[in-house]
Ligand binder design. Structure first.
Ligand code: CP
Length: 328
């Protein structure tokens, strides 16, 4: 029986009540009130096509703390290169198809986590999350998105938990602020942050330079205010969530994106002057972050910065996700 609808590809599949339930569960794990071991005797596969510190370490530790065992695989590194396209003639560089990879792994493991970034080459293709969805298509166990081309739900749930902890319940003015970075980056984190913030009922403002819009289909129903005015966006903010991402129009044309974004370097950075416009707001970033590029030392080292607590919350929220998916 297929039950990948029990996995987590995006928070879009969760109701507000389910998100609230996960946050409450995460807080019980964090406080030590919940020391249950729902993964005792079970293994979870973690498949990393891309590098990671927080996701890899926190998933590994979380699975251990729930009594389970993590099996980490790196296609093209410590495991075979993987093809995901249906009907592919595999006469080039790919050794194994996701069809066999997934169905073998689920004979050993009760769930599969997958990290597969956007390649930033073909927007129309990558926005459909083809690799993640290939895993979901062939799996009979829950698939957990550990950051795909379009979404990073574990990060956004940790972000929502952090906002709840730092600022309490209720509607906050939450600003997702594009920042300059020397090269274009995927938009999974900003997509998922925007989606989750809207699901939680926050007053969401998205600030980015012209041409750096997030996915229209995702954004159109979020009720967000979108602005190209970075200074005005900071006014009265309770949360500044900084992130850089690439322009959809330059997928496959990295040099054009790099040349275009150069004009935004000095202005689109989180600094003390901009933070002074906020409502004593907190500074958030998913990490890794480039200091004095995305955010100044003065801001990230200030009491307003909650980035380390935010990273810690990855552990607690992922334990809540694993317990919900696999604890039955
Ligand atoms: N925020 C985040 O996902 O960090 P890693 O890329 O280090 O896992």
């Amino acid at each position: 029986m297929k039950n990948t609808d029990l996995g987590l590809l995006t928070t879009g599949s969760l109701t507000l009540q389910e998100i609230e339930g996960l946050l409450e569960s995460a807080l019980r794990f964090k406080s030590g009130d919940d020391v249950s071991k729902p993964l005792a005797g079970k293994s979870v596969a973690l498949v990393f096509f891309n590098p990671s510190v927080r996701t890899r370490a926190s998933m590994h530790v979380g699975i251990y703390e729930l009594g389970g065992n993590a099996v980490v695989l790196e296609p093209g590194g410590t495991s075979w290169t993987l093809e995901h396209r249906t009907g592919a003639v595999m006469d080039s560089d790919k050794t194994e198809h996701v069809a066999e990879f997934v169905r073998v792994l689920e004979r050993y493991c009760v769930a599969i986590g997958v990290r597969t970034f956007a390649a930033l080459k073909n927007w129309e293709e990558e926005r459909t999350d083809p690799i993640l969805n290939a895993f979901a298509r062939y799996a009979s166990v829950p698939i957990i998105n550990l950051e795909s081309a379009m979404h990073h739900p574990c990060q956004s749930l940790a972000d929502m938990l952090t906002i709840r902890e730092k600022l309490g319940t209720g509607r906050k003015r939450v600003v997702l602020a594009w920042a300059w970075h020397p090269k274009p980056l995927p938009m999974a984190v900003p997509n998922s942050f925007a989606l989750a913030a809207a699901q939680m009922g926050h007053d969401l403002v998205i600030a980015h330079p012209p041409g750096y819009d997030l996915d229209e289909e995702l954004i159109e129903n979020l009720g967000a205010t979108v602005t190209n005015d970075i200074d005005a966006a900071f006014d009265g903010a309770d949360v500044i969530y900084a992130k850089s991402w690439g322009s959809k129009q330059f997928y496959g044309k990295t040099d054009e994106d790099v040349a275009t974004r150069a004009q935004y370097r000095s202005k689109w950075i989180v600094d003390e002057e901009k933070m002074s416009r906020t409502n004593s707001g907190v500074f958030m970033h998913c990490l890794p972050v480039r200091r004095n590029v995305i955010v100044t030392d003065a801001v990230i080292d200030s009491p307003a910065s909650v980035v380390i607590d935010e990273a810690e919350n990855r552990l607690h929220v992922q334990k809540a996700i694993l317990a919900r998916l696999l604890g039955g």
